[in-house]
Design a binder for this molecule. Structure first.
Ligand code: FEO
Length: 393
């Protein structure tokens, strides 16, 4: 794909990765992704913002073929899907100077083997002139690593944000427009990448509210040429109270846990609680993550394997805790053959979740009438705790 102008003198020079299906060997990418770099030409200097994943280095370099001189390479974030082609850019432009945050300076040396002497660290709100164009750098730690910064191009009211406001979406549509074809991918991306840092994103949004922003250019997915919708969406995701939604990530080996989950779904529905269950041996983890953005309650459903929870529920519990959603309540239900501690061990995996743990419900073997009575009591408790929450539909 050729360079594509997004503003006068500002071009997208990215790479679309149509076929990538997994990120970090963990995160499903059902729609592929893109690695967006941007070329900004001033009257005196030219800068490149971010590079591309090493797998797409050739695509980036092909787009830079006609660019004779590059003065600056701005590395907003050191993760290799954006910085990984930097060594090749340095080979092509031996006099180029790297611009980064102070924290990124050592990380660039550590991760990419680039000497710190090649890097100029900029402070928060420091400016850099390209002649008739001026950048202002905005430190924004933890979106998505501690070193990240954003770059504001004053004359174009254009904010470059690297991971923040991105979406894993391979598309030839350069702009997100009203967001209708991007919002779901952006929410999935928020859930998987940004949600653990929601408490810090609140501060970043507050800081950005003093900037006049007409366009947002992230380094994954389409450019936001009408950025109001993505700013509003982030504001809702980080600030809103959880909704009347209970999630049941579960797996079942001999149907006992599945019977309990089916019963609990109906019991919760009967009490006005919206439910989404996820069979963890079959589901896309991203789908589960998206629903965690809004859920008030999670109920893990697990058979007992070697005293503890099934490994797929170990993963679900670990990820739930790591993503730090706005959950308020949690519980564990399931079954065991002769003995076990699946509930306690699942709870231990979620120690960092600030939730109220409701009484677990476990059946020895197949569920009995007493099991179903306990599930009814659990559903009563969840419904009571969800009173007053907005619809989770
Ligand atoms: Fe898209 Fe944190 O890298």
């Amino acid at each position: 794909m050729k360079a594509r102008e997004i503003r006068p003198g500002v071009s997208w020079v990215g790479a679309i990765d149509w076929d990538r299906r997994l990120f970090d060997e963990l995160i499903p990418l059902p729609n592929g992704t893109s690695y967006n770099s941007y070329l900004v030409r001033g009257s005196e200097k030219t800068a490149l913002i971010d590079t591309a994943d090493p797998a797409k280095s050739e695509t980036l370099l092909a787009q830079l073929e006609a660019v004779e001189t590059l003065d600056y390479l701005i590395i907003q974030h050191v993760e290799q899907d954006h910085s990984g082609s930097a060594p090749l850019v340095l080979d092509k432009y031996p006099d180029i100077q790297i611009i980064s945050s102070p924290k990124a300076k050592t990380m660039i040396a550590d991760h990419l083997g680039i000497p710190e002497a090649r890097i100029h660290a900029v402070e928060d709100r420091e400016s850099l002139s390209l002649g008739d164009r001026t950048f202002e750098f905005i430190h924004a730690p933890w979106v998505h690593w501690p070193e990240t910064m954003l770059t504001y191009l004053k004359e174009e009211k254009l904010l470059f944000t690297c991971d923040l406001f991105g979406s894993h979406l391979a598309t030839d549509e350069l702009f997100s427009g009203d967001g209708s074809h991007v919002c779901e991918a952006a929410k999935r991306y928020y859930a998987e990448i940004m949600m653990p840092f929601a408490h810090l994103i609140k501060g970043h949004l507050e800081k950005l509210s003093s900037f006049d922003i007409e366009m947002i250019a992230p380094s994954h997915g389409p450019v936001h040429n009408n950025p109001g919708w993505i700013l509003d969406a982030y504001s809702h995701w980080v600030h809103d109270a959880p909704k009347n939604l209970a999630l049941i990530p579960f797996t079942s080996m001999h149907e006992s846990t599945a019977l309990m989950v089916d019963y609990l779904i109906e019991a919760l529905n009967d009490r006005g609680v919206h439910v989404h269950s996820f069979h963890m041996s079959k589901t896309d983890l991203g789908e589960y993550a998206i629903h965690l953005v809004d859920a008030a309650t999670v109920i893990f459903g697990t058979p007992t394997v070697l005293v503890g929870p099934h490994p797929s529920i170990v993963l679900a519990a670990y990820l739930t805790a790591a993503l730090r959603p706005k959950l308020q309540n949690a519980a564990v239900i399931g079954s065991y053959g002769w003995a076990g501690k699946a509930a306690e061990k699942t709870q231990q995996l979620c120690e960092q979740l600030k939730v109220t743990w409701l009484d677990p419900v476990f059946a020895k073997g197949a569920p009995t009438q007493e099991t179903y009575a306990q599930l009814n009591r659990l559903a009563d408790e969840v419904a009571s705790r969800h009173k007053g929450l907005e619809s989770g539909e």
